[in-house]
Design a protein around this ligand. Structure first.
Ligand SMILES: Nc1ncnc2c1ncn2[C@@H]1O[C@H](COP(=O)(O)OP(=O)(O)OP(=O)(O)O)[C@@H](O)[C@H]1O
Length: 565
């Protein structure tokens, strides 16, 4: 576990953590002094004769040459006031630094996770579940911060225990050793028996929270279908099951969190009562002779039990949140694409040589594909559903790496160094368009420089500007989440405008106009053919009218490419 944690924290984090541990020990000391100092002050203020009778008062009184007991008490009081102000300030500083560390780690880990998910290859990304990724970024980072706080508390408590131990050993080593044995054995029992239960609840928590997120996302993402199906009860039951499962793991772990204290107190005080009963029963008289020893034992329990309890509950918290550490560690170790910034030029042709591909090596979808696409050529892929058209296009545009064979752009082989430059040349219009909840303009300039004139220009080319300007708020029309305020055809046109906005050299239409009626599709396709005169156009379509102006048409059949035109 420490190895995993260590790999997640930077050198600076570790130094800061060590500093916080020492700071917390210092704070614990100051707290003890703060509580202990008020009593002597009250005693000496209520009884001046103590200055004479107690050596330490007398020594200080003489050392600073006080002229009267009143002055001594006033000085004592003022020093205490300064001390309490300092104590308050230090406490505040400590909690600020603690929060800075904990919340700062949440920010950093969320950022690093998001960065890692963004850097995954497309292939890796589609294997993952997006609700799970959201959960890790939102929740697991918070839990990991709690785990770090628990470690901090545990380590600083160890120091506090060492101090108390030192003092107790000095006062009475025999009782201290008996206490050690007593607390040690019970602590061991708790660690062996209770901590695994808490750890298990941590894993259960993670499982339920995962389905909790999945249900929320899939419900809101399929709202229309759910409304039609009208089976809210089923969904509510599933949600309730996940939500209650999550709550239940919290109930069990919260209850178990109190178990160490209750267990130690029960055993400790029960033992004292039993010893007293035993002594009274055996000697049939009062136990005044054993009082000293007994009260030492009780005092020892009082002093050490809170610490033992804090140690055990921090340990249990670490166990409860262990799963978050595993998740974040694994996801940060995920392979990110390390892509170079080499430029690639496309002036002549795209050349696919002997390409084979499968989502897994034993399930090949495309086999030994040879294909040459000349610059400005218009080509189309057809074939039955599931034959691999989208997959082949995703390989051409550099989203998937072929299992074997190579792709050449002019004379350069496509590789990790130049693929970024290649991807930037592609304008992609998918079948299902995702628009985020913002204006049309922001959806179009998505991730690129915002240029209103250019936005209007591409909307005009996609034949939707007029509609937006007459019926809506122009380019500042809000589209709603997922583009819910627009029709399917309008969304498709915005997707076309979005692709044109980046001035691509290659335009890819993956069933992009299938949602439009034939008349509108014809209009848009005319426009697309017109604007892509100097571009390479790759189309996947079922409707033959969409591809009638393509120079070449290929059919994918039995994993092979067959030229039809
Ligand atoms: N991420 C994936 N993991 C595993 N298999 C996949 C994945 N994506 C697609 N497939 C499989 O690969 C095959 C080709 O899919 P692809 O989407 O390329 O077909 P398509 O010809 O474009 O189909 P359609 O015309 O229906 O869009 C299908 O059998 C599909 O089930």
């Amino acid at each position: 576990m420490f190895k995993k944690l260590s790999s997640l924290l930077t050198k600076h984090d570790k130094k800061y953590l060590f500093f916080l541990i020492f700071f917390s020990v210092f704070i614990a000391l100051i707290e003890t002094v703060g509580i202990a100092a008020i009593m002597p002050f009250i005693s000496v203020a209520t009884d001046f004769s103590l200055i004479e009778s107690k050596d330490y008062y007398k020594y200080i009184y003489n050392f600073f040459e006080f002229s009267s007991a009143t002055n001594f008490v006033i000085a004592f009081g003022l020093i205490l006031v300064v001390f309490y102000i300092l104590r308050g300030g230090l406490n505040l500083l400590y909690f600020y630094m603690l929060a800075k560390f904990s919340k700062g780690r949440i920010h950093l880990l969320s950022f690093r996770l998001f960065e890692s998910y963004l850097g995954m290859s497309y292939h890796s990304f589609i294997q993952r579940n997006s609700s799970e990724l959201s959960k890790s970024i939102i929740n697991e980072t918070q839990y990991l911060a709690q785990l770090l706080s628990a470690i901090l508390l545990m380590v600083s408590e160890i120091f506090v225990v060492i101090f108390i131990y030192g003092a107790m050993l000095y006062i009475n080593w025999k009782i201290t050793l008996v206490m050690t044995l007593f607390l040690g054995l019970n602590g061991l029992f708790l660690v062996k028996k209770i901590s695994p239960l808490v750890k298990r609840q941590g894993s259960i928590r993670e499982k339920y929270q995962k389905s909790f997120f999945e249900i929320i996302n899939s419900t809101f993402g399929n709202y229309k279908i759910i409304k039609l199906q009208s089976n809210d009860k089923l969904i509510l039951d599933r949600f309730s099951n996940a939500s209650y499962g999550f709550a239940k793991s919290g109930i069990i772990s919260d209850t178990l969190a109190h178990f160490p204290r209750i267990f130690l107190e029960t055993i400790g005080f029960g033992l004292i009562a039993l010893i007293v009963v035993y002594l009274v029963f055996k000697y049939e008289t009062d136990i005044s002779s054993s009082l000293g020893i007994l009260s030492m034992f009780i005092l020892g329990l009082y002093r050490l039990m809170p610490s033992a309890n804090r140690l055990l509950s921090s340990y249990n918290q670490i166990m409860y949140f262990h799963k978050s550490l595993d998740i974040i560690h694994n996801d940060l170790m995920y392979d990110v694409e390390s892509l170079g910034n080499e430029k690639i030029d496309f002036n002549d042709k795209i050349d696919l040589k002997n390409i084979s591909f499968g989502y897994s090596e034993d399930k090949i979808i495309l086999e030994n594909i040879y294909l040459e696409i000349k610059k400005t050529e218009k080509i189309a892929f057809v074939g039955p559903s599931g034959s691999g058209k989208s997959t082949l296009v995703d390989i051409i545009i550099g989203l998937y790496k072929p299992l074997s064979g190579q792709i050449k752009i002019d004379n350069d082989i496509l590789n990790d160094n130049n693929i970024r430059s290649w991807r930037k040349k592609i304008g992609y219009i998918p079948q299902s368009v995702y628009l985020f909840d913002g204006t049309v303009a922001h959806n179009i300039s998505f991730g690129l420089h915002y240029d209103e004139e250019k936005i209007k220009d591409v909307l005009k080319k996609a034949k939707i500007l007029d509609f937006l300007e007459t019926h809506q708020n122009g380019i500042h029309t809000f589209v709603g989440e997922g583009g819910v305020k627009l029709s399917g055809g309008q969304k498709q046109r915005i997707a076309i405008a979005r692709a044109l906005y980046q001035e691509p050299e290659v335009l890819v239409l993956d069933e992009a106009t299938s949602a439009l009626d034939e008349k509108i599709e014809k209009e848009i396709m005319n426009e697309i053919y017109e604007i892509s005169q100097d571009k390479t156009l790759i189309i996947i379509a079922h409707r033959l009218s969409t591809i009638d102006r393509c120079g070449k048409v290929y059919k994918i059949e039995n994993k092979k490419l067959v030229q039809q035109k």
